[in-house]
Design a protein around this ligand. Structure first.
Ligand SMILES: NC(=O)c1ccc[n+]([C@@H]2O[C@H](COP(=O)([O-])OP(=O)(O)OC[C@H]3O[C@@H](n4cnc5c(N)ncnc54)[C@H](OP(=O)(O)O)[C@@H]3O)[C@@H](O)[C@H]2O)c1
Length: 284
């Protein structure tokens, strides 16, 4: 008999995580216990409930036999039935939603994806807290999630979080002091990479390649380069220099980009996003 997982606020990210857990491959007996037998998705109104109902219908049966119930206006009742609660509301609503379930949530494991909410703040509601920063590619199983746990979390709870959140792509544990950086690198990262894809595609168009082929080439170059770094296990700068023929095209392009501060622009952009994340955290 498994446990019940309640998702408080099942919007873009909540649905991405719900789908990843629901569609996870059939777990072997050693990890089966980490999967819920039931997920209760709690939203705000009929229309956001319907979105989740449609999503579950589309996915067909769960390989791990997970049952999903979707409700609104019954957050406290759902939390009462569950031993694990995933908080997926927008940051400005988190306090109101947590206050509404405070009598039921104490003593349960809270997994929070809410940006800017620290473990200490979440511990006002329960001492066992896992704080997560993830990103939108999670919707397609290519997400990256950074997790930090409160010291009260048990090893079993940490395994459970890793097993569930790994389903969005990859789940990496880091100390909470890295969360603002993770918010930038992982949370904002897709927008910065999209800017690069957009720029590459437009460069292709400027040089006469049609949009469709230019986008195809840009995506494959991104994917291929990522795989090359991963599989070769070489430092990116080593691989970069391997394609720089003396007096050739690549070094010419790289020097031009350097003139325009592309590398420092990227580093400063990530830093700026982390600084804003830190300030947002201080505001509460
Ligand atoms: N989107 C991203 O790229 C991203 C990346 C990293 C982290 N995050 C974090 O993920 C969290 C969720 O973001 P999101 O983009 O998924 O937001 P979202 O799509 O707005 O999802 C939030 C959900 O909470 C529901 N909700 C509102 N009030 C509620 C209540 N009283 N009880 C239960 N549910 C309620 C909303 O329903 P209604 O739609 O009906 O209001 C909505 O379905 C945020 O805290 C954000 O910091 C997001």
């Amino acid at each position: 008999m498994g446990y019940t997982l309640t998702i408080l606020g099942c919007g873009v990210m909540g649905q991405a995580i719900l789908s990843a857990i629901y569609k996870a491959q059939k777990a072997p007996s050693e990890t089966k216990e980490y999967y819920p037998s039931k997920i209760i998705a709690c939203n705000h109104d009929d229309s956001s409930v319907q979105q989740v109902v449609d999503l579950v219908k589309e996915m067909g049966e769960s390989p791990n036999g997970i049952e999903v119930e979707v409700t609104h206006s019954h957050n406290d009742e759902a939390v009462k039935q569950s031993s694990v609660v995933l908080l997926g509301t927008k940051p400005y609503l988190a306090e109101k939603v947590l206050d509404g379930v405070s009598s039921e949530i104490n003593g349960k494991l809270i997994i929070s994806i809410v940006a800017g909410w620290t473990i200490e703040q979440l511990q006002n509601y329960s001492s066992n807290v896992s704080r997560i920063m993830t990103n939108t590619p999670a919707k397609y199983g290519y997400g990256c999630a950074i997790v930090s746990h409160s010291t009260e979390c048990t090893e079993t709870q940490k395994f459970l979080v890793k097993e569930l959140i790994d389903q969005v792509g990859i789940c990496i544990e880091l100390p909470e002091r890295n969360m603002d950086a993770a918010t930038s690198l992982v949370g904002s990262g897709p927008a910065f990479v999209l800017l690069m894809i957009e720029s590459m595609t437009e460069a292709g168009i400027k040089m006469g390649i049609p949009y469709k082929e230019s986008l195809q080439c840009s995506l494959k170059v991104m994917e291929g380069t990522t795989k090359m770094v991963e599989l070769s296990k070489q430092h990116p700068s080593v691989l970069k220099h391997q394609v720089c023929t003396p007096g050739g095209t690549t070094i010419a392009g790289l020097c031009k980009m350097e003139d325009h501060g592309v590398k420092s622009g990227l580093i400063n952009g990530f830093q700026e996003a982390a600084d804003v994340a830190a300030k947002l955290g201080q505001k509460k």
